[in-house]
Design a protein around this ligand. Structure first.
Ligand SMILES: Cc1cc2nc3c(=O)[nH]c(=O)nc-3n(C[C@H](O)[C@H](O)[C@H](O)COP(=O)(O)O)c2cc1C
Length: 176
């Protein structure tokens, strides 16, 4: 059975991006989906001096190990001031010190959602432009705007967005 990791680029305990990542994972049939939470990988703020003094923390090794051992990645990024959340950027920076090809060529379904009308499109554009330099194989990108209007009871309630995501999850599954 193929093994996919699904997580949010957020450390919010009630992360809407985690809810979206979990939902996307639930659409995958006959695939093991391992839901990850950045709160389980507590990392100090990246700094070159800290790295020189103490090396890369074990938690960053653990997370990149999970990426390496997966068959694919479902990632939904929180958008903070038009960019990655601090928690995600910090993890990304630490992992990039272990291996600059951080995503190991794994197929990725890249998503974002926010309560606003742009649905995290600014952070998605940043990630879409950057992740390929880190050997991400982005299969498709999905943005869900107005999360509170379009998502409830653990699923997307708006038919158009839902069928769009179902198609993208299918395309992702086909390359695992
Ligand atoms: C510091 C901060 C900055 C934010 N900046 C943006 C933004 O630029 N665009 C946006 O759509 N939402 C922004 N938001 C709202 C987030 O989209 C919202 O908090 C969302 O719940 C974050 O996703 P999460 O629940 O998965 O952490 C911001 C929230 C915070 C706390």
């Amino acid at each position: 059975m193929k093994n996919v990791i699904a997580f949010a680029g957020s450390n919010s305990k009630s992360s809407i991006n985690k809810q979206l990542a979990v939902y996307a994972g639930s659409l995958l049939e006959d695939v093991t989906v391992n839901i990850l939470d950045l709160n389980d990988f507590e990392l100090p703020l990246y700094g070159v001096d800290l790295e020189a003094d103490k090396g890369v923390p074990e938690e960053a090794h653990a997370f990149i190990g999970l990426i390496k051992n997966s068959d694919g990645i479902i990632l939904s990024l929180a958008e903070h001031n038009g960019a990655y959340s601090t928690a995600f950027k910090n993890l990304f920076d630490w992992m990039s010190r272990i291996e600059s090809k951080t995503f190991f060529g794994k197929p990725m379904l890249l998503m974002a959602t926010s309560p606003g009308g742009r649905g995290g499109q600014s952070v998605l554009e940043i990630a879409r432009g950057r992740f390929p330099f880190h050997n991400a194989q982005i299969i498709d990108v999905f943005s869900l705007p107005f999360f509170n209007d379009n998502f409830s009871d653990n699923r997307i309630t708006e038919a158009g967005f839902n069928s769009d995501l179902i198609k993208k999850v299918e395309a992702f599954k086909n390359v695992l």
